[in-house]
Design a protein around this ligand. Structure first.
Ligand SMILES: Cc1ncc(COP(=O)(O)O)c(C=O)c1O
Length: 412
């Protein structure tokens, strides 16, 4: 199709008055409805007691109930003494962890991060916008680290952390990373675990949000980080985060932070000032529905069967729409909630604009980069999970038309 034909097709779409939203990485109503049994998993006074006999309606249990700690530990491949159960959002735990580190020393003999004129986090890109928002909120400088299929550019990471005492953190979404869907290779995981940062209080924020979120029967494998880090004497260098947001309910799930037992002690010392504890009845409901780890795995298969066809619909539309476009490519991850579309430089923003004018909302270009700036203006995040299959077919075709038109406008 030449530019005139593309414009004609685009104008036809525009005239349809569409209202489509493919911007959010949310489970669909169908997905959350599969967990209806969770709503009533604890119904009577008699059912409100944990396995140790503690009354979940009452105070106590700062780090969570045993059965939930065990379950989340199994999810992450660690023992319960590595786990503190949080509220319904792991993002909240990440924010709190940064906030705590700004105010109190992360490590013996160190000063709080806020006592420095400037501290820096390393940010593999494209990445998760809310990680970057936390840094921006606290005035933490961000350095882009290119992310490829194997993970972050480790040559760059190693040399930066080894030489700069003010580099205090690094964001990692090691499995089915948001938005590209890449999983760090074993070698990358070992290199991260073996790092020798100049700052004693350097911490890796290991956001394992998609630890069980496979889209194929041949899932990616990620080494368990604490056992690897232990080999290098670096167990304290990691804070890991996860939640059941995309297993049960994003609005009412259970999150956790995993850390070395030594760090867990430090965190609990601060947490006891902050809260009496998180919602234990919700933890109890979750552990009644998921009696063991295999029950979670079974639930993830239910999600996979709903989500997988949605990814397929978009891949097919892209294969047709971008046929012959050598400068357009996209990732095809084995799991997660997103994939990444790479367009020729300077066309991503314009594509989003054209989509919006035709009634399709997609994630803003640049959102996957610190400060909202994609230096090449080439990457788009595709989020197939929330819309219906019918909506997705239209949205994906419209998106290819918009991208091709943007390319034609810039390069023809
Ligand atoms: C990488 C990543 N981390 C964390 C979250 C949010 O997790 P939670 O719902 O537990 O706050 C998301 C949600 O999209 C995500 O993509």
């Amino acid at each position: 199709m030449n530019r005139i034909e593309l414009q004609k097709k685009y104008d036809e779409y525009k005239a349809m008055g569409l209202k489509l939203d493919m911007s959010r990485g949310k489970p669909s109503p169908e997905q959350v409805s599969t967990m209806e049994r969770l709503l009533t998993a604890v119904k009577t006074n008699e059912e409100c007691f944990s396995e140790t006999g503690s009354d979940c309606r009452n105070y106590g249990g700062l780090d969570g109930i045993n059965e939930m700690k065990r379950l989340l530990g199994e999810m992450l491949g660690v023992t319960s003494d590595h786990i503190i159960v949080g509220g319904n959002s792991s993002l909240n735990l990440m924010y709190d962890t940064v906030a705590r580190s700004m105010l109190h020393p992360v490590e013996d003999g160190c000063k709080p991060w806020s006592k420095y004129d400037q501290i820096t986090f390393l940010c593999p890109v494209p990445g998760y916008d809310r990680h970057f928002a936390i840094c921006e909120f606290f005035g933490i400088k961000m350095i882009n680290i290119p992310l490829s299929e194997d993970g972050p550019d480790m040559d760059m990471v190693e040399s930066l952390v080894a030489n700069d005492e003010t580099i205090k953190g690094m964001w990692c979404v090691p499995k089915y990373s948001n938005p590209s869907g890449f999983t760090y290779s074993k070698e990358t995981v070992h290199r991260i675990a073996a790092m020798k940062p100049k700052a004693k209080d350097f911490r890796v924020f290991w956001d394992n949000a998609y630890v069980l979120h496979d889209l194929t029967d041949m899932p990616d494998e990620l080494p368990e980080i604490f056992s690897v880090a232990e080999q290098y004497g670096n167990e304290d260098m990691f804070f890991e985060f996860a939640s059941t947001s995309k297993i049960t309910f994003p609005g009412s799930g259970v999150s956790c932070i995993a850390a070395s037992p030594r760090n867990i002690k430090r965190i609990l010392n601060a947490l006891k000032v902050q809260t009496i504890g998180h919602d234990k009845l919700n933890q109890l409901r979750h552990s009644r529905v998921f009696k063991c780890y295999d029950d979670i795995v079974a639930q993830m298969k239910v999600h996979m069967n709903i989500i997988r066809p949605k990814f397929q619909i978009i891949y097919e539309a892209f294969e047709n729409g971008f046929e012959g476009y050598d400068n357009v490519s996209w990732t095809i991850p084995n799991g997660g909630y997103f994939f990444c579309l790479s367009l020729p430089n300077g066309t991503a923003k314009r594509t989003v604009e054209l989509c919006a004018e035709a009634g399709l909302v997609i994630t803003p270009a640049g959102a996957m980069f610190p400060y909202g700036i994609d230096p090449e203006d080439s990457k788009l995040r595709i989020a197939p999970t929330f819309p219906s299959c019918e909506e997705l077919a239209v949205a994906a075709d419209l998106l290819t038309v918009c991208a091709r038109l943007a390319i034609a406008e810039k390069y023809e």
